[in-house]
Design a protein around this ligand. Structure first.
Ligand SMILES: Cc1cc2nc3c(=O)[nH]c(=O)nc-3n(C[C@H](O)[C@H](O)[C@H](O)COP(=O)(O)OP(=O)(O)OC[C@H]3O[C@@H](n4cnc5c(N)ncnc54)[C@H](O)[C@@H]3O)c2cc1C
Ligand code: FES
Length: 250
């Protein structure tokens, strides 16, 4: 899913800011720029510091709105969380190659860790519900699961502290042989494990990579990541890659 001419939206208005857990929020803004599953926007909502916009995936999208699911990690996301209804954000996007949905066939597993669940609602909305299983791992209290259930997809949860679902990592409840295609999004060690399991089972896997970004449009090379065919830019060549192409332990 490519967008060669990203739109630039100044001053998209905040319609809704929802706090889902201690540090996870959903922000919905008025924007008509759309986008597909796995694409992202560079989001900026502060005056001077931090200098750079922050990449955030499309969580859900329609003709008039875009929603982001985000976790407060540092200064940028902390400032995002302070926005109220009627506040203003600047968006550049949609950016990047999203998930290759045309290659997702048969029984599809979407394996996520933590805030890696952010793009899943947008992705699952485009797939036949009966064929999709989301296997979602969290450190503790899960979030953004109820809305997936409204789509009719199967959701299996693992939590590290055992507060819900199976105790442990989501990779422990993921059996790639039960699926025809796999998508993964989350921390690099988790995705590396999913990629390894899929490689052993000879099941194709798409991974959405995370990297620190500066420009977000392929110009600075700040987000380069090693693959079997050389370094690739997460922002412009990805963020979604064939997991078998990625050199996970470089
Ligand atoms: C394509 C893409 C899509 C993303 N989508 C989402 C999303 O939907 N929701 C969401 O919550 N986050 C998402 N992220 C991650 C998000 O961009 C970062 O968490 C955010 O930039 C942190 O900014 P900050 O100013 O709050 O924290 P900073 O002060 O910049 O960083 C705080 C801490 O987090 C670490 N960190 C920051 N960015 C990253 C990163 N990209 N990877 C690993 N560690 C990092 C830093 O090393 C530091 O320790 C995405 C990243 C990419 C590349
Ligand atoms: S962030 Fe500049 S090339 Fe990717």
């Amino acid at each position: 899913m490519t967008n060669p001419t990203p739109a630039y939206v100044e001053g998209a208005t905040v319609l809704l800011q929802e706090r889902l857990t201690d540090d996870v929020y959903r922000l919905t803004v008025a924007a008509t720029t759309g986008g597909g599953p796995g694409q992202f926007y560079m989001v900026h909502a502060w005056d001077r510091e931090p200098l750079l916009a922050r990449p955030i995936s499309i969580h859900s999208v329609d003709e008039d709105t875009v929603s982001f699911l985000y976790q407060v990690r540092g200064r940028g996301t902390e400032l995002l969380a302070r926005l109220d209804e009627g506040g203003e954000v600047t968006l550049t996007g949609p950016l990047g190659h999203g998930f290759y949905t045309e290659e997702l066939h048969g029984r599809v597993a979407i394996v996520t860790g933590g805030i890696g669940i952010a793009p899943v609602f947008c992705l699952a909305s485009t797939l036949p519900p009966g064929d999709v299983t989301v296997i979602a791992g969290f450190k503790s209290t899960p979030y953004a699961v109820a809305e997936l259930l409204t789509l009719g997809v199967d959701v299996q949860v693992a939590t590290e502290d055992g507060c819900e679902g199976t105790r442990g990592f989501c990779t422990a409840i993921f059996d790639p042989t039960a699926f025809d295609t796999v998508v993964t999004c989350g921390p690099i060690p988790m995705m590396a494990r999913v990629a390894q399991l899929c490689a052993e089972a000879v099941v194709p896997c798409q991974a959405s990579l995370e990297a620190h970004m500066a420009c977000g449009v392929g110009a600075c090379l700040g987000c380069s990541f090693p693959t079997v065919s050389g370094n690739k830019r997460v922002c412009a060549d990805g963020p979604v890659f064939d997991a078998a192409e990625v050199i996970w332990h470089a």
